[in-house]
Ligand binder design. Structure first.
Ligand SMILES: C[S@@+](CC[C@H](N)C(=O)[O-])C[C@H]1O[C@@H](n2cnc3c(N)ncnc32)[C@H](O)[C@@H]1O
Length: 232
């Protein structure tokens, strides 16, 4: 349903569509995201911590990835013993994802998550670097959507940025006190996007009243990650 944040949500979709060919530079700490070799080493170590935590949950069955992007996590999810559905609003990132993952078994769907309705119950739902883009005005509705998507006994796993001054590009200012941030593409075009930096205790305090039980953690510098399930 359109609300005051609809324009931001639309702008965010446009931003990621335009950013698709340069998106991975962020993940690989290249170009404007290169903060030096020590930073990159820590970043990679902390990504490995999150990947191991995801592995440790042994995802299986009907797996859903929301806001799958270019496939940096889809390639891991596709290795599990299950049927993977990957959703994103951007046809550009979906094309890059297909090319990276190269699996006919992955079911790709182009949807605006805020307008999507679950088509079947999923045993495992993953979203990476997505929750921070959910406006707080839509936070509860998003978790209601997840409840509708998760099968009985199912699990949600998330990873996202915790606030760190050097997580983004060298020419981006990240302000932990704001819930939107200005982001630029390599060619200088600028967009305003939603960016909410969650922390484990704050996330638990938001999710418990919504009926979710979870285990949320932080890596040493860069990431928040964890799993949650609907409380019984
Ligand atoms: C920060 S990227 C994360 C991509 C991927 N999960 C990863 O970790 O590499 C955010 C993704 O959300 C997608 N996205 C933005 N708004 C969306 C919306 N309303 N519905 C579905 N996908 C959306 C973008 O196209 C982009 O691929």
């Amino acid at each position: 349903m359109p609300d005051n944040d609809q324009q931001l949500v639309d702008q965010q979709i446009r931003y990621y569509r335009q950013r698709a060919p340069e998106y991975d530079e962020w993940f690989h700490r290249q170009g404007r995201y290169d903060h030096g070799p020590d930073h990159t080493r820590l970043w990679q170590q902390e990504i490995a911590v999150v990947r191991a935590a995801l592995d440790g949950l042994k995802p299986a069955g009907r797996i859903l990835e929301l806001a799958c992007g270019t496939g940096l996590w889809t390639q891991q999810l596709a290795r599990y013993d299950g049927a993977l559905t990957a959703i994103d609003a951007s046809p550009e990132v979906l094309a890059l994802n297909r090319a990276r993952v190269r699996s006919a078994a992955v079911r790709y769907r182009q949807y605006d998550i805020f307008a999507w309705e679950p088509d079947e119950p999923y045993d495992f739902v993953f979203f990476g670097f997505w929750l921070s883009h959910v406006p707080l005005s839509r936070f509860a509705a998003f978790w209601d959507l997840l409840r509708a998507a998760v099968a009985p006994g199912g699990t949600v796993f998330l990873v996202d940025n915790r606030f760190h001054a050097d997580s983004s590009a060298r020419n981006h200012l990240s302000d932990p006190g704001r819930v939107t941030q200005r982001r630029e593409l390599n060619d200088g075009r600028a967009f305003e996007i939603v960016k909410v930096f969650h922390e484990p205790e704050e996330l638990a305090a938001r999710l418990e009243p919504l009926g979710w039980c979870g285990d949320y953690r932080m890596t040493a510098n860069f990431f928040i990650y964890g799993s949650a399930s609907p409380a019984r």
